[in-house]
Structures are given as C-alpha cells and as structure tokens.
Design a protein around this ligand. Structure first.
Ligand code: G3P
Ligand code: MG
Length: 250
C-alpha cells in the first residue's frame, strides 16, 4: 500500500506539458523553459512506441506536434526520434526531438525538477504502458530524490504501474471528480486526486480538501481562478502560463 508522502513534497505550481505555452509541449526544451521560469515541478505525458519504449507525447497521433504522420504506437522509437517535435511551435525550436522517458528523467535530474508523469496509453496498451513506464522510472530515478507522482486517466494503466513499482506515488486523474472518489482512491491506493478545474464545483472542491486529500487541478490559466483554488487549499495547479505564479505573488 502506498502511503501519502507527508509532508506533501510537491510544489503547488506545475508547468503543464513541461513548459506550458513557452515551448513545444512534452520536449526537453519545455522542461528547460519551465525551470528557467522558476517552476520546480513539471507535468508531461508518456506513451509507448511500437517497440515498447516510453516517449513523451500527448496525442495518439503525430500530426499536431511533429512533422510525422499516423499513430505513435505504429512507429518504432528510432523512427520517432528522427521527427521534428519543435518546428510546429516556432522556428526557434526547429530540430527539437521527442524525448524518451529515459532522456526526460535525466533532464529532470539535471534541472532538479519534481515531476508528475502522466501515463497516457494508446487504446489497447493501457497495462503495458503503465508497467513499462513505472519500471523504467523506478529503475532510473535516483534514490533519495522526491519520487515522481504518477497519474493516468486509465485505471488499468495505474494498476499495472502499481504492480510494477508499488512504492511510486500515484494520483487518480479525472475530467470530473466522481461522487465516489474516495472509493476509487482507496481501491488504487492512490495519494491524490487530479481533475479538470473547469468541471470542479465548490462543493466537491471543499469535500476533497476537507478530507485532507491533495487535490491537483488542470489547466489553470486564469489568475482569478488560480487565486480562488489556492485559497480553497488545493495542493497543485497545472498551468500553461509560466508567468502566473509571479503575477499572483506580485
Ligand atoms: O495531468 C493533467 C493534464 O495534463 C491532463 O490533461 O490532456 O493536458 O494531458 P492533458
Ligand atoms: Mg497531461
């Protein structure tokens, strides 16, 4: 059984997809942008290549964020590594590659960043993605460092991650927090609830926070909403706007 880390070791502000809107999502350049903006934690998405290598990408298909085409799961890692994952965002990022999870872990360590690693399996690869990603994280993450917080919309991926690396903390990721969230939390031995801030009503916000369960909200890009959620006691905010924390503190 995974117990909730106490005190909660993660910063409140989390750069969404590595560097929010400052750099191409899910790249090492994004992590560097997040760190340069003062973030101490980043979130990113992990999927498997055809040959079972965990890589960083959000979509199941390549078109939006690379110069490739087709499904991520239909390409071997070596082919994915040849794609340009930066030019779509802007010419300054041309040549940026899609990182493997192993490269991302090394980068996080060199930047001294905490991470929320979202396991984002392609349909049909839920258990495999959870198992392989968790195994790699457990074997590469330095002992003594704050462990990454795993999360997934896929309960099957999260369960497989739990079996492969029971000591890694896991968060349940929902678009909308269900009424029976506490049942799910127990069933998965998860330590936190992650949800879309847009679907989160005041009553549920209070219920989870009052229960002392860390609540992390995505994607919070409006200063007013961020202030409201922080005042209510949320544990984490994922944002695309890297200037937001400083703006709120000013
Ligand atoms: O993990 C929080 C958030 O990243 C979930 O949504 O679609 O941006 O991966 P998405
Ligand atoms: Mg994500």
């Amino acid at each position: 059984m995974t117990s909730r880390p106490t005190p909660w070791p993660y910063p409140r502000w989390i750069a969404h997809r590595g560097g929010g809107s400052a750099a191409p999502e899910n790249t090492l350049a994004a992590m560097r942008a997040g760190a340069a903006a003062g973030f101490r934690m980043v979130e990113f998405d992990v999927m498997l290549s055809r040959d079972g290598v965990p890589v960083l990408i959000h979509d199941e298909t390549l078109e939006r964020t690379t110069d490739g085409a087709g499904e991520v799961s239909a390409h071997d890692c070596a082919d994915l590594m040849r794609l340009d994952a930066g030019r779509w965002f802007g010419p300054a990022f041309a040549g940026e590659r899609m990182p493997t999870l192993a490269q991302a872990i090394d980068c996080l360590q060199s930047l001294q960043l905490c991470a929320n690693i979202e396991i984002k399996p392609a349909p049909g690869f839920e258990r495999e993605t959870g198992r392989i990603a968790a195994r790699m994280i457990a074997s590469r993450w330095p002992a003594g460092a704050v462990p990454p917080l795993l999360s997934s919309f896929s309960p099957a991926a999260l369960e497989a991650a739990r079996e492969a690396a029971p000591d890694l903390p896991r968060g349940l990721l929902f678009e909308t927090v269900p009424q029976d969230w506490a049942v799910h939390l127990r069933a998965h031995a998860a330590v936190s609830i992650h949800c879309d801030q847009a679907t989160l009503g005041d009553a549920m916000l209070r219920e989870v926070c009052d229960a002392g369960v860390p609540l992390l909200c995505y994607t919070v890009n409006a200063a007013g909403r961020a202030a409201e959620l922080l005042a209510a006691g949320v544990a984490g905010l994922f944002t695309d706007r890297l200037e937001l924390p400083q703006r709120l503190c000013a």
